[in-house]
Design a binder for this molecule. Structure first.
Ligand SMILES: NC(=O)c1ccc[n+]([C@@H]2O[C@H](COP(=O)([O-])OP(=O)(O)OC[C@H]3O[C@@H](n4cnc5c(N)ncnc54)[C@H](OP(=O)(O)O)[C@@H]3O)[C@@H](O)[C@H]2O)c1
Ligand SMILES: [Zn+2]
Ligand SMILES: [Zn+2]
Length: 340
């Protein structure tokens, strides 16, 4: 099969011929049709998130496709099922974290002793075929194109969980910091749910599209958010914690700032001039990741309903290196999807 292989840290992805995997007991073989690129794939490529130990290094955790073969003992999936696979495929089942019996979620990446992670500990979805445990697949809603389903498997899932974690109440205002892959979902989820929604973007060329995505107001900084009346919930969907800190200036009394973006280089801080108001204002800092299959199911349903539609740039597999480059430069509007 053809797969996008990363020869080593910080090198361009190459389309190469590698052996097609076979499904073992409990597993399915998926013919990948569309595979999204997450900013985390850029971080993995650069070794900022640990580079995979397996070889050839094929990453990607937003694959959508069809089941073409089922392994022994699989009853919940059949040949022809349209499925997606997410970042965490499963947990070790033996550690203290697993003993808590929680749903499979992004927490497991940091708490389970040996989580199976697509494109990190086991081969990922930038390939024509992918093997995954049947239990780690999600059935895609009928009628949802693979190109639109793929970005939901990480970006949409994360944005939906961040929005849910922020738990806006009907009278509250939601701000989304960073209009990118996650952010363009978050804006749409918030607007579709009826909330007054603010986009915080450092890109002047995104003002018009942010409004198209549902923003009632577009600002460029925390200071501008404050001047515009602030927000009760700020969903941080970009990779800069300095920008997250800045946005705190516009967080209202009792507000929640939800960190969904990951800054691999700088810490999130509450600087001295904000710490004094922060402690007295009942504000909260929350983290968000994939919160469990039920949330993914909800996000997929909202997208399938047409209330939220990912904006994707589709690349042929031969263009995968260009696609990654464009994501790394922040030039994609708003999700890069590679077809295999
Ligand atoms: N929590 C999780 O489980 C999870 C899952 C997936 C991804 N992530 C993280 O989420 C973040 C976004 O991923 P993505 O795929 O949506 O990336 P993306 O498409 O590149 O979007 C990120 C957006 O953040 C803003 N931004 C970029 N660099 C910035 C900087 N230096 N300062 C301020 N703003 C900046 C930009 O928006 P504007 O142009 O509008 O400012 C950009 O479009 C990454 O940190 C990624 O690692 C987390
Ligand atoms: Zn991701
Ligand atoms: Zn475990």
């Amino acid at each position: 099969m053809q797969a996008a292989v990363i020869p080593e840290v910080n090198t361009a992805w190459e389309l190469r011929e590698i052996p097609t995997p076979r499904p073992g007991p409990g597993e399915v073989l998926i013919r990948v049709r569309a595979s999204g690129i997450c900013y985390n794939d850029v971080l993995i490529s650069r070794g900022i998130i640990p580079f995979p130990a397996f070889s050839p290094a094929v990453i990607g955790h937003e694959p959508a496709g069809e089941v073409v073969e089922v392994g022994a003992g699989v009853t919940a999936r059949r040949t022809g099922d349209r499925v997606g696979v997410t970042w965490i495929q499963g947990t070790c089942g033996r550690c203290d974290y697993c003993a808590l019996g929680l749903p499979v979620s992004g927490q497991a990446a940091f708490r389970c002793a040996a989580p199976a992670m697509t494109g990190l500990t086991v081969p990922g979805g930038h390939a024509e075929y992918l093997v995954a445990p049947a239990d780690a697949t999600v059935l895609l809603p009928d009628g949802l194109d693979f190109e639109l389903a793929a970005p939901v498997l990480c970006a949409g899932y994360t944005a939906w969980c961040a929005f849910s974690k922020g738990a806006p109440r009907p009278h509250e205002r939601v701000a989304v910091l960073g209009v990118g892959g996650l952010g363009h979902f978050a804006l749409q989820f918030s607007a579709a749910a009826g909330f007054e929604t603010v986009a915080i973007t450092r890109s002047p060329d995104k003002h018009a599209v942010a409004r198209e995505l549902g923003a009632d107001l577009v600002v460029g900084s925390g200071e501008e958010l404050l001047a515009a009346g602030g927000a009760d919930v700020i969903l941080v969907t970009g990779p800069s914690y300095a920008a997250a800190t800045d946005s705190l200036r516009g967080l209202r009394l009792g507000g929640r700032i939800v960190l969904a973006g990951i800054d691999g280089l700088e810490p999130f801080t509450i600087p001295p001039d904000l710490a004094r108001p922060f402690f007295a204002q009942g504000q909260q800092v929350l983290g968000a990741t994939h919160d469990g299959p039920g949330f993914l199911e909800q996000a997929l349903r909202v997208v399938a309903s047409g209330k939220v539609t990912p904006k994707v740039e589709v690349f042929a597999k031969e263009q995968v290196a260009d696609a990654l480059d464009k994501v790394a430069k922040g030039e994609v509007r708003f999700k890069a999807v590679v077809t295999y």
